[in-house]
Design a protein around this ligand. Structure first.
Ligand SMILES: Cc1cc2nc3c(=O)[nH]c(=O)nc-3n(C[C@H](O)[C@H](O)[C@H](O)COP(=O)(O)OP(=O)(O)OC[C@H]3O[C@@H](n4cnc5c(N)ncnc54)[C@H](O)[C@@H]3O)c2cc1C
Length: 473
């Protein structure tokens, strides 16, 4: 009964274009932006927090991931039918022992001929019970921790694939949550998401998805908070105590003012994050700020809603207790509150040229790169380079984790890539500063190995169009 209702609902959501909000028209989506997604998820969650979860997860953690990172063949197989409400997708990164600490992941992927063989159990998977396909994360190289992780597209059902029990949850009960169990599940090589699982790809996938997912869950939290505020105002205007409606009592008004304030501030942060994302800028700091503010606003507003309803807030006759239960999850999934604070602090510190990494990084290098990025200083003395190579016409290009500076080498004044530097926050690789040199310049750095151009060229998968694939001219 529940299942058929689920699919009825998904079908209608698909017909309205809400199961692939950001997806390109070629694959059945309306190709709207992140702000539209935020508004849509908020309104859906205002009606039903659990449906908000289903829509947010499907859009941000499945459809968008395919749309952004999938090959044409992958999209034809895993996106068509997933935007019109025929099928729903799911996303499995968490494990029982690896939630916030993704690097502790135990699920493995081993290459066997032309297939990857997956083994492990993914935990807490939203819509796992109904999904027709899953984005599953597994480690291909345990020694590299989170950098050795990549994503695989798994059809459901598949031989060796099974589901755990449906979790009996406090809230968002319209949304199923379960384990995905993988026992020698074979995945064709071409179902690796993001082409070949090189280190770079493996690192990039989580940050591409988490920024969007946090805007989605932030929007869900806003919807739950708005529903709780609606409920509280309605009740306060009708409940008579001491000769009049309780909304006339100042203490109730103060509660409502605090609720509305927290909600509106969180909404503005969420929309800001969405707009930044839509400009193509990295929204990590704002996505985390939005998620943190909205989830705390949701629990605050829902808590006060129950209070305003008094005894009626505590029974299931009224929706207040449901909002209270639904709100709670928003502080947990898509990164717990404590992790959002770490992400925000890390990004704030970075803006000041300071690293929060426990690894002993080189602050002068970080500062130097930030200066270059902000003000395009040139000529610049590269402080990390043993021979103090001078570079001119510096350009900086960022990927998620690698910052590459292009410029003209003073030794030969020919264009070359000057440095590449790994910014992964907790990576000892940050110290690996390398200079390809421009033949025949004998430039070498003292701080890291010189890599061959072949190795180097794996790093920037999409070079800016005006850049030649440099390094060897
Ligand atoms: C209903 C539901 C749906 C979910 N859906 C999905 C899904 O679709 N796909 C998926 O992959 N996962 C999903 N998850 C998993 C979810 O993302 C994780 O539960 C979440 O990331 C937290 O991980 P954890 O439960 O292991 O908690 P832990 O990581 O063990 O954290 C527990 C507590 O430890 C503290 N803590 C942890 N790390 C830090 C830190 N670095 N600094 C300070 N304090 C810290 C915090 O207080 C935190 O609340 C879902 C979970 C639930 C409950």
């Amino acid at each position: 009964m529940f299942i058929s209702y689920f699919f009825l609902q998904i079908k209608k959501l698909g017909q309205l274009g809400l199961m692939g909000i950001n997806v390109s028209e070629e694959y059945g989506g309306p190709a709207l932006d992140s702000l539209a997604l935020s508004i849509a998820v908020e309104e859906i969650a205002r009606g039903c927090g659990g449906t908000g979860t289903i829509v947010s997860v499907h859009n941000t953690l499945y459809a968008n991931v395919l749309d952004q990172l999938g090959t044409k063949e992958q999209k034809d197989k895993f996106l068509v039918g997933f935007t019109d409400g025929t099928h729903v997708g799911c996303f499995g990164i968490s494990e029982a022992g690896a939630g916030s600490d993704v690097g502790a992941m135990l699920t493995t992927a081993k290459l066997d001929g032309d297939e990857w063989v997956l083994n492990g159990t993914k935990a807490w998977v939203t819509s796992g019970y109904e999904a027709k396909a899953a984005v599953v994360f597994a480690t291909v190289d345990k020694s590299k921790k989170h950098k050795g992780i990549t994503a695989f597209l798994v059809s459901i059902p598949s031989p060796g694939f099974s589901l755990g029990k449906k979790e009996d949850k406090m809230g968002i009960r319209a949304s199923s949550t379960c384990n995905l169990i993988l026992e020698d599940v074979r995945v064709p090589r071409e179902h690796v998401l993001g082409e070949h699982p090189s280190n770079l790809r493996a690192i990039q996938i989580p940050s591409v998805v988490t920024d969007g997912a946090r805007i989605g869950i932030s929007s869900q939290a806003l919807g739950i908070a708005q529903a709780a505020l609606d409920c509280a105002v309605d009740y306060a205007s009708k409940r008579i105590a001491f000769g009049g409606p309780i909304i006339k009592l100042q203490s109730v008004q103060q509660r409502l003012a605090d609720m509305a304030l927290r909600l509106e501030a969180a909404r503005l942060l969420t929309w800001r994050a969405a707009v930044i994302r839509d400009t193509g800028e990295r929204s990590t700091k704002y996505s985390s700020m939005a998620k943190l503010a909205s989830s705390e606003a949701a629990t605050f507003v829902a808590h006060n809603c129950v209070q305003i309803l008094g005894g009626m807030g505590y029974v299931t006759d009224m929706p207040a207790e449901r909002h209270y239960r639904d709100a709670r999850i928003t502080e947990i999934y898509a990164g717990v509150t404590d992790v959002q604070k770490l992400v925000i602090a890390e990004n704030v510190a970075k803006e000041y040229g300071i690293s929060t990494s426990p690894v002993d990084e080189d602050p002068s290098l970080l500062q130097y790169c930030l200066l270059v990025k902000k003000w395009r200083l040139f000529p610049v003395e590269a402080p990390h380079c043993s021979c103090s190579v001078m570079v001119r016409n510096m350009e900086v290009w960022n990927t998620d984790h690698i910052q590459i500076m292009f410029g003209l080498c003073n030794c030969c004044t020919r264009a070359c890539d000057i440095t590449a530097w790994n910014t992964a926050a907790h990576s000892t690789a940050l110290k690996t500063v390398f200079h390809n040199g421009c033949n025949p310049c004998p430039v070498r750095t003292t701080k890291g190995p010189v890599v061959s151009s072949k190795q180097y060229l794996v790093v920037p998968q999409t070079l800016p169009t005006h850049m030649s694939v440099a390094g060897t001219h």
